[in-house]
Ligand binder design. Structure first.
Ligand code: NAD
Length: 538
């Protein structure tokens, strides 16, 4: 029996309930669909085969993005089943790197609205207009103001592709029910002249709201969400670094929220660094780590690493001494007067120097790039790292692919095959000198869906920093000997639902242990969370 009151075209046109060609003869009879579909009944498997063929025929990834985006509206379950079953192929289309292109072209490829838009004209009325959103039980909100989209800068309202993409990953990777997800664009304007001059631009066509007015609008939004959806987790996404920090500081202890660029990136990178010990043989507690780039991503990673070192028995000062930053103006040291507040804890008493010189001087075993500057790891950089390490560990985290600090092939070939490499955007397998390497992708999607699932299951009051450490450990534990043999610091992406589930269970346990849950802990957490997970199979 079909589980719907709807009939005829209303069934076919409802993207949540339709199975389209997969409706059986009985269902077609019962729902009044006879004559409305071609004769053939195509099971979901066959629908996926057809879809993958269509995707293959498209000439560019942006066309594939558009096709998948329309499918998400037209047949949600087919969309998610295809994403889950073909995650390695599809994640780079619905998320980074193609989502970056989709954001740039948002005004032209726009078809159907998928999220919620708030502009300065809504001031004083955000809670009221939130009632226009039809769903009653939102559990995850991903919000951006579009000011620092991936490594692409201020894209204004075009940045809406990011919350939409992230929430699709919440549902695909961790089974968060799609109707419990809400993508939000805080459209406070843009300072990007090119976008402002585009007659097709869909956003609020003014310069950005700034200062107190900006923070007041964000605050009104946070209060409105808390009022209407008190159990919802708010994920801040792609805010400009100073704002990202200001918002995180303001809300992290009061509201169920986190910032994925800072905290999610930190956890996924820490997991990769933990896993690198399995290859290099150097225990985490003995590492010295250098960052190129001292923005939100790098500083977030360092902040979590301080805690990770403390857990290994180091004092906070000792931990900070293990972490060194180089930014666009050279080594971050206390004598500099151009540093931002978040850099100050890591500004060591040391003379100023350039990047290459600093590698020779500090001798890090791990180098992490988070600059947004493609090609910042030159041949000389990799060669210097190789000269001082048997197995230099190199993370090129910047997105999209064109912004990666170096490619996988460059890392392997410039290090004579010795680099242990991971990246933010995906790279294909590389064969160098007869050996095949599978570079791991330090993709935040390994972390945030599981954190979200654990947090919403326990109805966490907030997410403490310790939870990200727990998530990083659980992720690193899932890197197998086979992954290590291929030089990969992350488990295979097709395992993502199990990975997210394991992270969710550990996160929920942690939230219960810390007394931050709003639900009673069940006897069988693993089973309960499994039972909740959205399964798009029909
Ligand atoms: P940000 O703007 O806050 O910081 C960028 C930093 O890089 C600044 O400190 C700047 O001084 C420095 N920088 C820029 N060009 C440089 C150069 N040529 N040499 C040395 N330093 C340079 O940005 P962010 O939020 O920290 O993000 C940085 C990058 O990290 C982005 O490309 C983003 O896509 C990527 N990122 C990746 C992941 C991931 O892979 N999991 C997650 C988050 C962010």
């Amino acid at each position: 029996m079909a589980d719907t009151e709807k009939r005829n075209f209303d069934v076919l046109q409802d993207g949540v309930i339709t199975k389209s060609l997969a409706f059986s003869r009985e269902e077609r009879e019962e729902l009044g669909l006879r004559g409305l579909l071609p004769y053939s009944v195509s099971p979901q498997e066959l629908q996926m085969t057809r879809l993958m063929e269509n995707l293959g025929r498209k000439e560019s990834d942006i066309e594939r993005y558009v096709l998948l985006s329309s499918l998400q509206d037209r047949n949600e379950r087919l969309f998610y089943r295809t994403v889950i079953d073909h995650i390695e192929q599809i994640m780079p289309i619905i998320y980074t790197p193609t989502v970056g292109q989709a954001c740039k072209e948002f005004s032209t490829i726009f078809r159907q609205s998928k999220g919620f838009y708030i502009s300065p004209e809504d001031k004083g009325e955000i809670r009221k207009i939130l009632d226009n959103w039809p769903k009653k039980d939102i559990r995850v909100v991903v919000v951006t103001d579009g000011q620092r989209i991936l490594g692409l800068g201020d894209l204004g309202a075009n940045g809406m592709g990011i919350p939409i993409g992230k929430l699709a990953l919440y549902s695909a990777c961790a089974g968060i029910q799609p109707d419990q997800c809400l993508p939000v664009m805080l459209d406070v304007g843009t300072n990007n002249e090119e976008i402002l001059n585009d007659i097709l631009y869909l956003g609020y066509p003014h310069k950005r709201l700034e200062g107190d007015a900006y923070f007041e609008l964000v605050d009104e939004f946070v209060q409105a969400i808390q009022d209407k959806y008190p159990k919802a987790l708010i994920q801040f996404e792609d805010f400009l670094t100073p704002n990202a920090y200001a918002l995180l500081r303001k809300y992290r202890k009061k509201v169920l929220c986190f910032n994925d660029d800072i905290q999610g990136t930190a956890a996924v990178t820490l997991a990769g660094v933990y896993a690198s010990s399995k290859i290099t043989g150097i225990p985490f507690k003995d590492l010295k780590i250098m960052f190129l780039g001292a923005g939100s991503a790098a500083t977030g990673i360092a902040d979590l690493m301080v805690r990770a070192f403390e857990k290994e028995g180091l004092s906070k000062d000792e931990a900070i001494q293990r972490l060194w930053f180089v930014d666009i103006n050279g080594l971050v040291v206390s004598g500099r007067d151009d540093l931002m507040e978040h850099n100050l804890p890591y500004a060591h008493d040391h003379e100023e120097m350039e990047f290459i010189e600093a590698i020779d001087e500090i001798q890090p075993q791990v180098l992490i790039g988070a600059t947004g500057f493609g090609g910042a790891f030159t041949r000389e950089v990799i060669e210097r790292m190789t000269a001082i390490n048997d197995r230099p560990v190199i993370f090129a985290l910047s997105n999209p692919t064109s912004r990666a600090e170096c490619t996988a092939r460059q890392a392997y070939s410039w290090s004579n095959g010795n680099a242990v490499f991971a990246s933010g955007s995906p790279f294909k397998k590389v064969t160098y000198s007869g050996r095949t390497y599978k570079p791991g992708q330090g993709n935040n999607a390994y972390i945030f869906p599981g954190i979200g699932l654990g947090a919403i299951h326990s109805e966490a009051k907030r997410i403490p920093e310790a939870t990200f450490l727990v998530a990083a450990k659980v992720l690193a534990e899932q890197v197998s000997d086979d992954d290590i043999l291929l030089g990969s610091l992350y488990p295979p992406l097709p395992n993502i639902r199990d990975i997210s589930l394991n992270i969710a269970v550990a996160v929920a346990e942690n939230i219960y242990d810390l007394g931050l849950a709003r639900t009673e802990k069940s006897e069988n957490l693993h089973q309960e969370i499994t039972d909740y997970m959205f399964d798009p199979t029909y």
